[in-house]
Design a binder for this molecule. Structure first.
Ligand code: 13P
Length: 281
């Protein structure tokens, strides 16, 4: 069974740790992440971007795959299946109708009023079905914008406005983090993060979690971050293992051996993130 993120994030907020959101790209990634988190006995959020959903066939396929893995692998931990950066009401509805228990509606490219209206529509549909909703304020930039290291930062006032206007369950305020590889040092606005956390009763989300060092991660958690999204570093870890395999074994052709060569690195990266997020059940 997949669950929404409400209980896991409220607990993380209260007890000052972060629940990992790991993006998945295929069957193997979902399997490795589930196995490792189950082994470490920690809850996990599996994030599915629109691009990844399209790549894997669609939300119905992914729901079937993840619920099948939970059953076949006897996964005991809470697993939240979550849309990452859903761009429209229609995307979020499709995922909810397929069985997803959590969505992020990212209407941050629109002016705030429109962002709130779209988010509210998603919240109304989602909450009737027990589905949690994350929203974004400001705009977290990154490779998807073809611009690196730009973040149109959120203000406390904007965060309050979307919270009051749309009854969201978690908020990702843009505060300096970006998706993909950082050029130079990540520059996070911890002061505003803390103010938002002191003002809003909901958990905060840090996107662009790859490439942020342990010290900054700990600081972000102390400033109210309860969910941290990781994609790029898992991709890099997995690809390194596969590349080494292909470089060292010119005879290999079985896709299970090629893809499986990334398992150890990916699981080690998952483990490392769990340790610096202080994640627990
Ligand atoms: P990274 O790819 O930088 O880890 O960011 C992931 C993310 O924020 C997904 O929403």
């Amino acid at each position: 069974m997949v669950v929404n993120f409400i209980d896991m994030l409220q607990k993380a907020k209260k007890e000052h740790y972060a629940v990992p959101h790991f993006n998945i790209n295929n069957l193997e990634w979902a399997k490795y992440v589930l196995e490792e988190c189950n082994e470490k006995n920690v809850p996990v959020i599996l994030g599915v971007s629109e691009g990844a959903a399209k790549y894997m066939g669609g939300f119905d396929t992914i729901y079937g795959m993840v619920t099948g893995l939970i059953k076949d692998l006897d996964i005991k931990i809470p697993v939240c299946l979550h849309v990452d950066h859903g761009q429209s009401f229609d995307t979020c509805k499709k995922a909810i109708d397929a069985g997803f228990k959590s969505v992020m509606i990212d209407a941050s490219k629109h002016p705030l009023k429109e962002n709130i209206e779209i988010t509210k529509k998603v919240v109304e549909y989602a909450h009737k079905r027990g589905v949690s909703v994350e929203a974004e304020v400001g705009h977290i930039g990154g490779t998807e914008d073809n611009i690196t290291n730009t973040s149109n930062n959120a203000t406390l006032e904007d965060c309050l406005e979307i919270y009051n206007g749309a009854e969201i369950d978690a908020l990702a305020p843009a505060l300096g983090s970006v998706h993909g590889i950082y050029k130079g040092e990540p520059n996070l606005d911890f002061e505003t993060m803390k103010k938002i956390d002191d003002t809003l009763p909901i958990p905060l989300v840090l996107h662009g979690g790859s490439g942020i060092d342990e010290e900054k991660i700990q600081k972000a958690i102390s400033c109210g971050i309860s969910k941290i999204n990781i994609n790029t570093e898992l991709q890099q870890a997995w690809t390194k293992g596969v590349r080494e395999k292909l470089d060292s074994d010119k005879e290999v052709y079985d896709p299970r051996k090629v893809i499986g060569a990334g398992e150890k690195n990916l699981k080690e990266m998952v483990d490392y993130k769990l340790s610096i997020f202080n994640t627990r059940l």
